[in-house]
Design a protein around this ligand. Structure first.
Ligand code: G4P
Length: 284
């Protein structure tokens, strides 16, 4: 399967990031907890150098918790502050402010020594498309607004969301591009639904998902769709079509529909919490 990318907005997004990053002290990088490596961007280290750094394992609710913990350790080992979050439901958000302050301790100390008091830490959320940046900002802003009684501003230009006396967050996230030249990364992004389905062959992608399930989560598909196992993913797809009554108008099985249904279950957690990559590959 070949993944093609249309990086038309890439240059513009990168320029905006470069401009905004000058204003901030802390980079809050969101990654997808199911694929913490593939959902990162190779430029972030260059863009975020000399800044305090934080990694948020977002969509932690969709990934296996033991692997979330393993990834958290991995990133901590690399010097990042890490939090597991579910931006949709608000899980993990409570601890964010403390971790932000912890991540910026050095900067605050420097400010204090220079006699700069009460200057808030300025943070920006960055990440690849679909990783949950807007959801995260909205959840955090909602909480902060409720706490301080602030109303969302309507003025144009940059908006800062005041999380507390010490921390402000830029309301527009920085969009980063994934490592689109790497086909294995492309496949994982497609599996979790980060790449638009129109440019992919659904059945081929579902076959990849089935092979992954057979390898790492054996028995799950059989139980979910009440079917007999097979090592051939296309046979499994037909069996899913049978079991879910995905039928073509005349006669025959609608395996395309079955593929969409299966991928939807895969992405939304209905096949359970799934982790697609591990801190040390192969050591699952
Ligand atoms: P972006 O700004 O980085 O592009 O991402 P965005 O916030 O638009 O989120 C992309 C999708 O991921 C949304 O789903 C959002 O609800 C979902 N999402 C974000 N954070 C989490 C999380 O922690 N857990 C889970 N399970 N989902 C999360 P959508 O399908 O586009 O919208 P909707 O169906 O939720 O309305």
């Amino acid at each position: 399967m070949h993944f093609q990318w249309y990086p038309g907005h890439m240059t513009k997004a990168k320029r905006m990031m470069q401009e905004n990053i000058k204003l901030i002290d802390l980079v809050i990088e969101l990654v997808d907890a199911r694929i913490p490596m593939s959902s990162r961007n190779p430029d972030i280290d260059e863009l975020g150098k000399n800044k305090a750094r934080m990694v948020l394992l977002n969509k932690a609710d969709l990934a296996e918790d033991k692997w979330n913990d393993a990834w958290a350790e991995y990133f901590k080992g690399q010097g990042y502050s890490v939090v597991k979050v579910n931006s949709k439901k608000g899980g993990g958000l409570k601890s964010i402010q403390n971790v932000i302050q912890e991540a910026c301790k050095e900067k605050m100390e420097r400010d204090r020594k220079r006699g700069i008091l009460n200057r808030p830490v300025r943070a920006m959320v960055v990440g690849i498309p679909n990783v949950g940046k807007s959801t995260f900002i909205n959840s955090l802003a909602g909480k902060a607004a409720a706490k301080t009684g602030n109303k969302p501003g309507v003025t144009k230009g940059k908006q800062w969301i005041r999380l507390n006396k010490q921390v402000e967050l830029l309301d527009t996230p920085g969009i980063l591009w994934p490592k689109f030249e790497d086909q294995a990364v492309g496949l994982r992004l497609a599996l979790i639904g980060s790449i638009k389905d129109e440019i992919l062959q659904t059945e081929e992608l579902a076959a990849e998902a089935i092979t992954f399930m057979n390898t790492y989560y054996s028995g799950v598909l059989e139980e979910k769709y009440a079917l007999e196992s097979s090592a051939d993913p296309y046979v499994v797809l037909e069996r899913i079509a049978q079991s879910r009554h995905c039928l073509l108008k005349g006669s025959g099985l609608d395996t395309e529909k079955a593929a969409m249904l299966m991928l939807d279950d895969f992405r939304s957690g209905r096949l359970g919490r799934l982790t697609l990559e591990y801190p040390a590959e192969g050591e699952k």
